[in-house]
Design a protein around this ligand. Structure first.
Ligand code: GUN
Ligand code: FE
Length: 445
């Protein structure tokens, strides 16, 4: 933790404010202000009447009051609930294969290279810089099976100031030549890894137990990892029901289990701090189990389409009471940006709507729901909604200053109101429109 604070974490931002308080609607404040003291939100006002009073109350000087210009607004930072940092060099490559062949042809050979820490540091530095620049203030990373490289990812995340869950991957079954672990090493190394991160880092960086998926871990290892999660009270992440080939292989490997979700449930891996990526082909019974356990789904629509895995019905997950966040799933997905995940989620939902019969009453996702999934929904999926996800007093200030007048991918020529600017940003914006990024009040872009 850097002791000398070169940045100020106490300030006021005045202007248009946008955030989600629930999934039903956006909260839009046309001209208000947010006061931040030592990284935490101390007040959110719907007008600027009490601005000076608030300044005096918290001793915030005039130079630390930032007025947004026309075309700008402040919104919560994005939450990426599923991204593979080591796969970044493969983003955009390998979509001629589907999941299981893709893993053996492109993914495992790349991940093997992270035994080399210098290679790892180079990639991890770019991933964290790029995701922050794209507005990801909270990221949930898979690293690789390598202990040292995974810790370097934690170092980089901490130095650059992102909020993150970082997992050293576990793989002891059906592994390729040169990229696998023995059960004992996998377990002890994971315990060591958790201890290292829990005692050395700032509170923004957390470990997460990361069995790759049921095809790469045996039941004994998964049970040991479930015990570790309970012992250290840490999060868990893995993949579930992404492709039909994978589902069939899991059923064959675990004939005694009722279904895919039951494999993880028997291992004690389904907790209220578990995030499962994909979940495209889950049955109603499986969804009920996930809802009962408080387990969330990371919806990764770009990956689901790029790897031809299928269409995940987010509306169905939400209706079952499952917490859902968005994930880029780089490099199953080709974009590191949650803006892209928002667009992909909207398109996927529309494609599902096309397939429903007329009169089904099915309502595709709308932009304000995608905004929710990308911010508060993701924070809830990771159980960090007490810290981030929206601008509630008492939470950390994780935020983006969006500037739609800046040279971006599209020119705004007409007069637009704040609602139009939000939609324009979600559908047409990119990292050029994100002029500042804050995590816990620290400016990280
Ligand atoms: N299932 C197991 N490993 C992976 C992975 O690296 N990416 C995706 N998309 N699915 C997986
Ligand atoms: Fe993944």
């Amino acid at each position: 933790v850097s002791q000398q604070k070169a940045y100020t974490t106490s300030f006021i931002i005045a202007g248009p404010i946008v955030h989600s308080e629930d999934i039903r609607a956006l909260t839009i404040i046309e001209h208000g202000f947010i006061a931040v003291v030592r990284g935490k939100i101390v007040s959110v006002c719907r007008n600027t009447e009490k601005l000076m009073q608030t300044q005096q109350e918290y001793g915030i000087e005039d130079v630390n009051v930032y007025y947004l210009n026309e075309g700008e607004f402040v919104m919560p930072g994005f939450v990426d609930t599923h991204i593979h940092a080591p796969q970044y060099p493969n983003a955009g490559l390998g979509y001629d294969k589907q999941l299981l062949d893709w893993l053996t042809t492109y993914t495992f050979p790349l991940e093997k290279k992270y035994v080399d820490v210098d290679f790892a540091i180079g990639v991890y530095e770019s991933v964290v810089r790029k995701t922050l620049a794209s507005g990801t203030t909270t990221a949930t990373y898979f690293a690789t099976i390598h202990y040292e490289s995974s810790l370097f990812l934690a170092d980089i995340v901490e130095r650059l100031g992102q909020r993150a869950f970082i997992g050293k991957v576990n793989m002891n079954h059906g592994t390729p030549e040169g990229y696998g672990e023995h059960i004992y090493d996998s377990f002890t190394c994971t315990e060591q890894y958790i201890r290292n991160i829990q005692c050395k880092r700032n509170e923004l960086v957390q470990p997460i137990i990361t069995p790759r998926f049921a095809l790469n871990c045996d039941m004994q290892l998964m049970m040991l990892l479930g015990e570790l999660a309970a012992k250290y009270n840490v999060h868990i992440q893995t993949h579930i029901s992404e492709s039909t080939g994978e589902v069939a292989a899991v059923q064959k490997l675990y004939p005694q289990c009722r279904n895919y979700a039951d494999v993880y449930d028997r291992a004690g891996l389904l907790t209220n701090k578990t995030v499962l990526a994909h979940g495209i082909h889950l049955s109603d019974d499986e969804l009920k189990v996930l809802a009962a356990r408080g387990t969330s789904i990371s919806h990764c629509p770009n990956s689901n389409t790029s790897l031809k895995s299928g269409l995940c019905d987010v509306r169905r997950l939400l209706d079952t009471g499952i917490k859902v966040g968005l994930g880029t799933d780089v490099s199953g997905g080709y974009s590191i940006s949650i803006l892209n995940a928002i667009r992909s989620a909207l398109q996927t939902s529309t494609h599902i709507f096309f397939k429903k019969h007329q009169g089904s009453g099915y309502i595709p996702l709308s932009y304000h729901e995608a905004f929710y999934l990308a911010t508060l929904g993701g924070a809830k999926a990771l159980s960090v909604d007490d810290k981030t996800g929206n601008f509630k007093v008492g939470k950390d200030f994780d935020a983006l200053i969006v500037n739609m007048r800046k040279p971006g991918p599209i020119d705004i020529l007409d007069k637009t109101d704040i609602k139009d600017l939000i939609q324009k940003f979600l559908y047409t914006g990119d990292d050029r429109n994100i002029s500042k990024v804050y995590v816990a009040g620290r400016q990280v872009k």
